[in-house]
Design a protein around this ligand. Structure first.
Ligand SMILES: [Zn+2]
Length: 396
């Protein structure tokens, strides 16, 4: 049996005024998902139970079948694995965003979803000036970069995800606790290095968001996960644009290829991702396909764009994969999920339960539709995502 999990990051939401009181999932035209919901089974899952923070790291760890209470050690070490960086036991990894501020408030945690090439020029300058033996900055994708710091600050240090503080003052959200002064000093020093960087001058002239500073957060030490081959007896692949999810795949002993043109936004290479998943499923048992764009639209607070992102997920990921699975005439279990809500009104993640659906195929053509949205949760009791997926990935 083939197992396929399709994840629309942050698809869940609250009713949005601009959508006439509907949520993006309700406003979106998603015929494939609604047909699967009508013929399959819809459940309610809690993906970020207390006291865990409502991050994609925690939520995707659970959706992959690992208990985040046990395994979670911070976002950055997972991303480091996804980025192929060697993480020594005494290394602490930090996520290093390039962000736009007005000096007082966080304007944009992504510097306008900065082009990777521009960001790498900034990270190179930062590494040259602030790096030293045991302290190295590495360029990732778009605004997502990493710092590896031998024996760096970690335990007792509190940092804040910059996407949680859009439009909010910086001062109360600075790193605090053990050795916070060392982290703050780096963030402070980055301002002067970046201010007059030629790429910033070019970005200003082009009307693009400048990079005001680096923002360090998500620190942690390396982690190990039981491989899928042992845990579920499955071989497989994780398809995602973001190093976080690819890193979880590598840690789970799954393939996690980089897909050309995968951007983590609306312009991603949907067809390339679908192709890579379906190619892998010819030989392997499991595919986890992750689409980041709905979450990013939630962080921007744009409910219409988010609705469109969900429609693209339905039309260009769920539909083609479902049809191709059916055409191959092998038995499969198809799961459509989201890792958490990213309510447009909040511009950040929230921890309420989310819907998930599972269907066993081949299904043949389906026509009847049923809702797949936040309202269906009202009559369901939420189960921890980790428990749900551990059952779902074992055929009955
Ligand atoms: Zn997420």
């Amino acid at each position: 049996m083939k197992f396929v999990v399709l994840v629309g990051d942050g698809m869940g939401d609250y009713p949005c005024e601009v959508l006439g009181g509907k949520t993006p999932l309700q406003a979106a035209r998603i015929p494939n998902i609604r047909r699967l919901a009508a013929a399959g089974r819809v459940d309610s899952i809690s993906t970020v139970p207390e006291p865990l923070s409502a991050g994609s790291d925690v939520a995707n760890l659970g959706l992959l079948g690992y208990d985040p209470h046990v395994h979670y050690s911070g976002r950055a070490p997972i991303e480091a694995v996804g980025n192929g960086l060697p993480l020594a036991p005494d290394d602490v990894a930090f996520r290093c965003n390039v962000v736009t501020t007005d000096g007082e408030r966080m304007i944009d945690y992504s510097a306008g979803h900065i082009e990777t090439q521009d960001a790498h020029a900034f990270i190179a300058a930062i590494d040259q000036r602030l790096g030293r033996a045991g302290v190295r900055f590495y360029g990732g994708v778009s605004y997502r970069h990493l710092l590896l710091w031998k024996n760096g600050p970690c335990d007792g240090l509190n940092t804040t995800p910059p996407h949680d503080i859009t439009d909010q003052p910086l001062a109360p959200n600075q790193p605090a606790g053990a050795r916070a002064d060392e982290v703050r000093a780096m963030m402070e020093a980055s301002k002067e290095i970046l201010r007059d960087h030629p790429v910033n001058s070019r970005r200003r002239a082009a009307g693009k968001r400048e990079v005001s500073q680096i923002w360090l957060w998500g620190q942690g030490r390396g982690l190990k996960l039981q491989p899928y081959s042992e845990k579920f007896g499955l071989t497989g692949v994780v398809i995602s644009a973001v190093d976080l999810v690819r890193g979880l795949g590598v840690l789970a002993g799954l393939d996690a290829p980089r897909i050309a043109g995968a951007t983590g936004f609306l312009d991603t290479n949907y067809e390339g991702k679908v192709q890579a998943a379906m190619d892998a499923l010819r030989k392997k048992d499991f595919a986890y396909v992750h689409i980041e764009a709905p979450d990013e639209c939630g962080h921007i607070g744009d409910a219409k764009k988010k609705t469109y992102a969900i429609e693209q997920f339905d039309e260009r990921v769920v539909g083609p994969i479902w049809r191709e699975l059916d055409a191959r005439r092998e038995s499969y279990r198809l799961i459509v999920a989201m890792d958490h809500r990213t309510p447009c009104a909040k511009k950040t993640h929230s921890r309420e339960p989310v819907p998930v659906l599972a269907i066993d195929g081949p299904t043949g053509a389906l026509t009847k539709e049923a809702p797949f949205d936040e309202d269906v949760l009202a009559n369901l009791s939420a189960e921890f995502s980790y428990d749900w997926i551990n059952r779902a990935l074992r055929p009955c």
